[in-house]
Design a protein around this ligand. Structure first.
Ligand code: GLU
Length: 723
């Protein structure tokens, strides 16, 4: 009897300790729903503004200053002339595109001295959310109870198209609908999308990327990760393509900029567009990330980075050419290493497993739940097993085709020309137009080095071929007994797609029957083999299982919400606008250590090392430091603060997000997470997960004292520290 009671108590305490409500600052909340869901918690934590100040459709509010930056990052409006702040790493490819050996803005920085010197960025956009509306009923209201997954998907598609059309009818707005909670809810986002976005300023990379790869995803941090852009509009303040006639955009709201800085425990909001999280995947799926997906991705990226890093160290031109590519590859590479470590250290698999066990026990004890949800976890697991090897094949395809040797993508782009040329109904003029357009895009070779590309292919090809379940080579491609290195040598020696001279002369003398030369080109053939394998084998297999997967995840999500109601559920990130709240706080990263919540210019100087390109500061920074001339940007203690950390739940896409204090003022720009936090895309833990932000006063200091661009600071509404 005694044993039984002890057993019961243990069982309850197990449930209690595994099903804790959300950890205090976990969650990425939809702005239009914070009033209902978390505004009370935010006030309790110190927020002084109202939910309407953050999101409203009836008055201008902070939402109107938060801008989706080219679809992948976030930025914030800080003046009534459309001045936009984001991260240096978000503006990086634009800064690079304007750079050359003569005008090396990556190396030296760039500051436009006036509006007429600001640089246009064709193809870029900046988008502001006008309204968010729940359209779940409008989409699913007429769905018959016994509808199949295919019928559901068809209805969602039709209804979404109708809703988008009617939402923007008669306006210059755009709109999109996204599923939340795995399709248990749908929201429409109405947006105003600007296309004329100009580069205004950027510090040199030695400040904007200070610490480079070594410090990426790491705290303590001293990176001045910001850049400055401006949105332009037509004379009616509406979006317009680039034109000299355009004028600076006048936003509905721009954020006041605080000079007060932060102290420990201060309330913070990060307002932005987190890209993707997987906070509700099952324990088995977390295990797959740890044992299969991450190791494979790391192996592929280690191979390419080994080549790129060595080439960049050797040569200044290669360094410029491959800077943006290197950053793109190494950023996620390092994140995945930290993510795996964190998930293992914090026992994510067993924690998720305990929750699943509690879930299953409760479900089994209640017949109606048992009927509806009894098999959902087993079904998910069985499906994962079935799709596993196709998912891995897809991952290999992404890593090799999209992140690996560029010849594959470049050559693959010519399949359109082959199709046009073969099609007798297509007029010669149309082909000429295609060719002329391609010739105008030879700027691609500005950042291409065939030897580096070949070395990348050689470093990755063995892993890639081994990772494919089915043969990827057509018979005619590989010579008898040719190994993969030999095959690669031959490809780069023979293909015209690895040389600007060859491809130019081919295009300049092009006539439609020459498409056969493309078809016989090794670079083209290999590219075609790989993409056809993906399109004909991998993708259809995954598509076949997608409806089942969608419906299982939808049921799993809804089931958790019903069966374990003591937890609060926020939707996974999906690139839509979110608010996360937290506190400025340090954390204990590992045994015997405690990190402070801020870094200073002293720390920048401590790291300085002119012999190491990662920590080689411009001399002017030392002069400013020696003079201690921090002006109004100094902290009340007299020091220059550089970065701070807080417990906001953020992800990729939150780069450049405004960090806002309790009064609704800008105090920083979010740009990273700490090494121990990279696991938060799968499991957030508020005692250790921290987002890293640049202190806005460091941004102003660099602009004003370092770059002499005080005219930009003057555009902003600075709020002095309350004395
Ligand atoms: N630094 C991150 C990145 O570049 C963005 C912010 C984050 O993921 O926390 O992906």
């Amino acid at each position: 009897m005694k044993n039984q009671i002890v057993g019961t108590i243990m069982c309850f305490s197990l449930i209690f300790s595994t099903i804790h409500p959300l950890s205090a600052t976990e969650g990425m909340w939809i702005p239009s729903m914070i009033k209902k869901m978390v505004a009370g918690d935010m006030n309790a934590m110190g927020m002084k503004i109202s939910a309407d100040d953050l999101y409203s459709i009836n008055q201008s509010c902070i939402k109107d200053a938060v801008v989706h930056f080219n679809g992948g990052c976030t930025s914030v409006l800080v003046s009534d002339k459309g001045l936009l702040l984001t991260n240096h790493h978000c503006g990086y490819s634009r800064i690079q595109a304007h750079s050359s050996l003569e005008n090396n803005y990556l190396k030296d920085g760039f500051w436009a001295s006036g509006l007429d010197k600001e640089l246009s960025n064709p193809g870029m956009n900046a988008s502001i959310i006008k309204e968010i509306r729940d359209v779940t009923d409008a989409i699913l209201g007429e769905l018959p109870e016994n509808a199949t997954e295919a019928e559901r998907a068809a209805l969602v598609k039709i209804k979404s198209a109708e809703l988008v059309e009617s939402a923007i009818d008669g306006t210059h707005y755009q709109a999109y609908i996204r599923p939340f909670y795995f399709g248990n809810q749908y929201l429409i986002f109405i947006t105003e999308v600007f296309e004329d976005v100009r580069l205004v300023g950027a510090p040199p990379s030695s400040i904007g990327k200070y610490g480079y790869d070594t410090d990426n995803w790491v705290w303590p941090r001293h990176t001045g990760d910001f850049s400055v852009f401006r949105i332009y509009a037509n004379k009616d303040n509406k979006p317009a393509e680039y034109s000299e006639e355009n004028v600076p955009f006048k936003p509905a709201y721009h954020l006041p900029v605080s000079l007060e800085g932060v102290d420990e425990n201060d309330f913070t909001i990060v307002y932005g567009f987190p890209g993707r999280t997987d906070n509700y995947i099952t324990s088995n799926e977390v295990n797959d990330v740890l044992t299969k997906t991450n190791p494979m991705r790391l192996q592929m990226r280690e191979a390419s980075l080994g080549v790129i890093d060595a080439a960049m160290r050797k040569d200044e031109l290669t360094k410029i050419q491959y800077a943006a590519k290197q950053s793109r590859i190494s950023n996620a590479y390092k994140k995945w290493i930290g993510q795996s470590k964190g998930l293992i250290r914090h026992e994510a698999v067993s924690k998720k497993d305990s929750i699943e066990r509690v879930f299953q026990e409760r479900v089994n004890a209640k017949p109606e739940w048992s009927d509806a949800y009894g098999g959902v976890l087993l079904d998910i697991s069985a499906l994962d097993t079935k799709t596993q090897h196709h998912s891995m094949s897809r991952n290999f395809f992404i890593e090799f085709f999209y992140m690996g040797p560029e010849v594959l993508r470049f050559a693959g782009g010519f399949s359109e020309l082959v199709e046009l040329s073969k099609n007798k109904e297509v007029a010669d003029e149309e082909i000429d137009k295609w060719v002329a357009n391609k010739l105008s895009k030879m700027g691609y070779f500005k950042n291409y080095d065939a030897q580096v590309d070949e070395d990348i292919m050689k470093a990755q090809i063995n892993y890639f071929i081994e990772g494919q379940p089915l043969a990827i080579f057509t018979k005619d491609m590989r010579k008898k007994n040719e190994d993969l290195a030999g095959f690669t040598d031959r490809l780069y020696a023979e293909s015209m797609f690895v040389s600007e001279v060859s491809i130019r002369s081919f295009l300049e003398g092009y006539s439609r029957n020459k498409y056969k030369k493309i078809e016989k080109d090794m670079g083209y053939m290999f590219s075609k083999n790989i993409s056809s394998h993906y399109m004909d084998v991998t993708r259809p297999a995954l598509m076949e299982f997608a409806p089942t997967q969608d419906s299982l995840m939808r049921v799993w999500m809804a089931a958790q919400m019903e069966v374990i109601p003591e937890k609060t559920y926020y939707p996974d990130a999906n690139g839509t606008l979110r608010i996360t709240f937290g506190k400025v706080e340090g954390y204990p990263p590992f045994d015997a250590a405690e990190y402070a919540h801020f870094t200073t210019l002293e720390g920048v100087m401590e790291k300085e090392d002119p012999t190491n390109p990662e920590y080689n500061l411009p001399p002017k920074m030392r002069e400013l430091y020696n003079a201690k001339d921090y002006g109004q940007y100094a902290h009340e203690t007299g020091e220059m603060r550089v970065c701070f950390i807080a417990s906001n739940h953020t992800s990729g896409g939150n780069s450049g997000s405004p960090v806002i204090n309790a009064k609704g003022e800008l105090i920083g720009l979010n740009f990273d997470r700490t090494w121990e936090s990279t696991m938060s895309d799968i499991m957030f833990n508020s005692s250790i997960c921290r987002n890293i932000s640049i202190d806005i006063r460091y941004v102003l200091f660099i602009m004003d004292k370092f770059a002499g661009a005080d005219h930009l600071v003057k555009e902003m509404d600075l709020v002095s520290a309350a004395k």
